[in-house]
Design a protein around this ligand. Structure first.
Ligand SMILES: *Cc1c(COP(=O)(O)O)cnc(C)c1O
Length: 416
């Protein structure tokens, strides 16, 4: 496997993670090209053309990651004009891009129309009107899918559940027909699909298949009214094991979707996996700065923080934390915390770990929503990122320098 101990040292593919840390410093994100490729093939092998796979760029948008996926034939799901620019810079094709997001600006719409994306996943009646205007001003038809909210409970963390009525995402089921009719009437809108995305880190197939049935039903109804829907995009959300949970089998899910699609005549299916492609393919390496024993708690203070990996602070997310070099020292129950001045700044609570100053720890399954959510809070330069492939290593993002952090800032112009 891609992250394993060899002679007591954790490796990424054949690369020794202590050596990588010495060379590139910590905190350091390390990704396995082998594993990203295998994850992608795990979907692609069960998803024949004309069905499409659009990698959700926000999970990990490093140019090298996007470039690898573009080479593997990926399409892309974007949520901003910035992500479209990244996809194009990485060798992706606009015609394979779907554009999600609840509040697309006019500029973003215009840019995506100029580039010729596959479709806009429209999330409200108001957005539909605006897109029609922007397309009209450009003298083009905007290809559209309507994001409908199937109102299923994905049973995931409330912050990453997106398919319930109470969420800000998508068009309510009871409004879907009216919005579809309106789309048909607008001169610069070409309605071609429906989409949904019920949430993230979902660990059972039922909510996905419930949502699929609800969406297929709606497609039937719309077709009966003469509205020809030719694609269904089921979004992303497939979960991965963070603490040995059972994750659903991708091939079973895809097979179940394909069977449903077969009965639908002309229907192209799309998926937008993010986490499932990159999540387990990345680790965040951090160095132990200090040990500190409190009255009730022992702390391991490390050089990575919530600004590097926000998931624990944001969603109380669990990431395995394991030593890069295994040793026999006694383990203790410790909180692994970073240098940022927030009590919420932790990477793991109550971990059974032995750590000494200078040791490296690997925060596992950090490939998705890790670097992309990182910030410069506390004026901390963002981490470097490297890609390993077998025994080869390539730096794919240099560690930020301090000057990068105040680029564009200005001292006051008024005299003292
Ligand atoms: C975030 C997102 C995805 C990817 O979700 P994962 O849980 O990473 O698979 C797909 N589609 C949309 C619309 C999203 O917002």
């Amino acid at each position: 496997m891609s992250f394993d101990y060899v002679n007591g040292i954790l490796h990424a593919d054949q690369c020794n993670l202590n050596e990588l840390s010495d060379t590139y410093g910590t905190p350091l994100y390390v990704y396995s090209q082998t594993l990203i490729t295998a994850n992608w093939q795990g979907f692609a092998a069960h998803w024949p053309a004309p069905h499409k796979l659009c990698y959700a760029v926000k999970a990990n948008s490093n140019l090298a990651v996007l470039n690898l996926l573009a080479r593997l034939g990926a399409g892309f799901d974007i949520v901003s004009g910035g992500e479209l620019a990244r996809v194009l810079a990485a060798g992706g094709k606009a015609k394979d891009v779907v554009f999600s997001g609840v509040a697309k600006s006019q500029e973003e719409m215009a840019y995506a129309l100029e580039q010729g994306i596959y479709c806009f996943n429209v999330e409200s009646a108001a957005e539909l009107e605006r897109l029609n205007q922007v397309a009209n001003a450009h003298g083009v038809m905007a290809p559209v899918s309507l994001r409908v909210n199937p109102d299923v409970d994905a049973q995931t963390h409330p912050y990453i559940s997106t398919g319930l009525k109470a969420n800000k995402f998508g068009i309510a089921m009871q409004d879907a027909r009216a919005v579809a009719k309106r789309a048909m009437a607008l001169p610069n809108i070409k309605l071609q699909g429906l989409d949904c995305h019920i949430g993230s880190q979902i660990l059972t197939l039922e909510p996905f298949l419930d949502a699929a049935d609800i969406m297929l039903n709606l497609i039937h109804e719309l077709r009966e009214e003469g509205i020809k829907i030719t694609h269904l995009d089921m979004g992303g959300g497939m979960g991965i094991p963070y603490q040995q949970e059972l994750a659903p089998d991708v091939s079973v899910y895809l097979q179940a979707l394909l069977e449903r699609a077969e009965n639908m005549g002309n229907l192209t299916m799309l998926l937008e996996p993010g986490r499932a492609i990159v999540g387990n393919a990345g680790t965040l390496i951090t160095t132990v700065e200090y040990l500190k024993s409190g009255e009730d708690k022992n702390f391991v203070l490390v050089d990575a923080a919530m600004n590097d990996l926000m998931r624990p602070a944001l969603y109380q997310a669990y990431h395995d934390i394991i030593p890069v070099r295994q040793h026999d020292a006694d383990k203790a129950i410790v909180d692994v915390v970073g240098p940022v001045c927030e009590t919420g700044d932790f990477l793991g609570h109550a971990r059974h770990l032995s750590a000494q100053e200078g040791d490296r720890l690997a925060v596992m399954n950090a490939g998705a929503y890790g670097f992309t959510m990182s910030s410069n809070y506390n004026t901390r330069p963002r981490a470097a990122e490297v890609m390993v492939n077998g025994g080869q290593v390539q730096i794919i993002r240099e560690r930020e320098r301090l000057e990068d952090l105040w680029k564009g800032e200005h001292l006051l112009e008024t005299p003292e």
